[in-house]
Design a protein around this ligand. Structure first.
Ligand code: FES
Length: 259
């Protein structure tokens, strides 16, 4: 069952172009144990659905009950959120959705974590949990430009990390798939989150691999109400059956749904 709670902001800072890191504290955080799940944040006290935002869980400190979220300012809701100060409060619903299955990768195996832009944050909590399990983690993180890069040091502390930028201003010039080919990265399980075009490219390259993709880019309301997130299962690409990314996902197996 989903839970709702009021969390207090313990810190907020800008960490890259348009990207903010916010840390919030409260007992609700204790239930956030599955990486890849997300929360639904009500930015202001009045109940306007348009001002709620589905945000991915970037990190959890269960002992201190601190939730870390990274988000991109791209509209009214996230702009208001970025103005919030320490000790102000946010109304959080969650954790929501089905996250990444950590248990699919055995200790000693290799997991390749591939993120693009604002799809990178949920991979951080995932990577920490995989590493704790004894899995070797490799990260490939793609951004538009150097100014948009974040958490490079944090990922590096967990395992090998390759950065790509479209304009070549940092790391390898190109896309995440270029880095995977160039460095001949092999793996037992693929975990990925990012824009649809990236997930499609990974699917065509690794359709027969064990892999899990998070489709968070397609999220609207985040709670099953708006149908903005529906997609078709691969076995019924144009039929009447569909899946909601927010409640059936956001994580699906590679090839499970039409991207
Ligand atoms: Fe609104 Fe899924 S995001 S129904």
């Amino acid at each position: 069952m989903n839970k709702q709670g009021i969390l207090s902001i313990v810190s907020q800072q800008q960490i890259a172009e348009q990207i903010f890191e916010i840390k919030c504290q409260g007992p609700l955080v204790k239930s956030m144990t599955n990486p890849g799940q997300f929360v639904h944040v009500k930015v202001d006290s009045y109940d306007d659905l348009l001002l709620r935002r589905p945000l991915s869980i970037c990190d959890i400190d269960l002992e201190q009950e601190i939730l870390t979220m990274l988000y991109r300012v791209e509209g009214e809701g996230t702009n208001r959120l970025s103005k919030k100060q320490k000790w102000e409060q946010v109304d959080v619903l969650g954790p929501l959705g089905h996250g990444f299955p950590v248990e699919e990768t055995e200790p000693g195996e290799v997991a390749l974590l591939v993120g693009g832009g604002i799809g990178v944050p949920p991979l951080y909590y995932l990577s920490k949990q995989l590493k704790k399990r004894g899995v070797k983690v490799i990260h490939v993180l793609g951004f538009q430009a150097k100014s948009a890069v974040f958490y490079e040091k944090e990922f590096n502390e967990l395992g090998e990390t390759y950065i790509t930028t479209v304009d070549g201003s940092h790391g390898l010039q190109g896309f995440v798939t270029d880095a995977i080919s160039k460095y001949e990265l092999s793996f037992d399980t693929l975990y990925s989150c990012g824009p649809n075009v990236m997930l499609k490219a990974l699917t065509s390259q690794f359709e027969n691999s064990r892999g899990f993709l998070s489709l968070e880019e397609r999220m609207g309301c985040g709670i099953g109400a708006c149908l903005a997130c529906v997609c078709h299962p691969t076995e019924d690409p144009e039929g009447t059956s569909y899946k909601k990314v927010c409640t059936d996902g956001p994580v699906f197996k590679v090839g499970e749904v039409v991207l």
